[in-house]
Design a binder for this molecule. Sequence first.
Ligand SMILES: NC(=O)c1ccc[n+]([C@@H]2O[C@H](COP(=O)([O-])OP(=O)(O)OC[C@H]3O[C@@H](n4cnc5c(N)ncnc54)[C@H](OP(=O)(O)O)[C@@H]3O)[C@@H](O)[C@H]2O)c1
Length: 298
Amino acid sequence: MNSKQVVLITGSSTGFGRLFAETMARKGHTVFATMRDPGGRNAKNASEIRALAEKESLPIHVLEMDVTNDISVERAVDAAVAKAGRIDVAINNAGYYLSGLEEAVTTEQAQRLMDTNFLGPVRVNRAVLPHMRRQRGGVLIHVSSGAGRVVLPSAGFYCASKFALEALAEAYSYELAAQGIESVILEPGQYETPVFGNTVTAADEARTNTYGAVKEIPAKINAALSSTAGNAQEVAEAVLRIVETPAGEKQLRYFVGPQDFGLNEINALSKRVQTSMLEAFGLTADTKFLKGKAVGAV
Ligand SMILES: NC(=O)c1ccc[n+]([C@@H]2O[C@H](COP(=O)([O-])OP(=O)(O)OC[C@H]3O[C@@H](n4cnc5c(N)ncnc54)[C@H](OP(=O)(O)O)[C@@H]3O)[C@@H](O)[C@H]2O)c1
């Protein structure tokens, strides 16, 4: 694989996604910075990115992609492949935080969250994988969260969306290794991005109001998260290191955060438990086993 990669990023209008795009393009990687509605709600963000690319001669191309829409996802992936001939890395970054007591989250809010944070990556992976399989190589990066491993009250639905993403990404890692495709999970802790301003709040206030002192928990947690948030560029540097790690040498999980809270310990334990379970089932977490099996190309 060429050391300069073709990288497609979801949710590049602001925050991590935008930093990933700029950081990787500055290292010479070709970036498809996808976002919702670059001609409307994100027109300013899109034109700032294009202006930066022009000013610094960076290989960044802005494409429209709403991760909740199959056709939009397929169009963006096709456009990237038509332009660059391949996609080496897909970064599933688009997502948002939903805050509030679980009983006060409506079914519609829960569905919308899962449609973005979980089904978004499902759509993107299904669109890019045929290209990666043809290339016999590629990397799927999933931006989970520390909240994809531990649970905070008033973040239950957000945690559920990231736990679901982690399960999918891990299963992919076992299934795709034989074809030279890596599936990686990035777990950021709390970082300063527009995420806090973009947070959706549980809609059913009548239910929230029956919880007494417990109803103060979401505000306490949100204040604690935003007041301890780190510099988001750290996460962009971590993604760059992952992308530039040689094929076959990447870890499944990377936690990066201002405070560890024992998350690295959970990941190390999980790796041991997974390995022994897979061995007990006649499989192994060592992908060499899977690599030995014949797998048809698409
Ligand atoms: N910041 C943190 O502390 C933190 C910690 C752990 C994990 N994360 C995760 O990091 C990812 C990026 O968040 P961020 O912190 O950078 O916040 P952000 O600045 O709010 O970025 C979220 C991005 O997702 C996009 N998005 C939302 N719905 C979308 C859709 N349907 N289709 C396409 N794009 C969509 C937003 O686009 P629009 O501009 O169109 O809304 C925006 O570009 C999220 O998955 C988040 O859960 C963040």
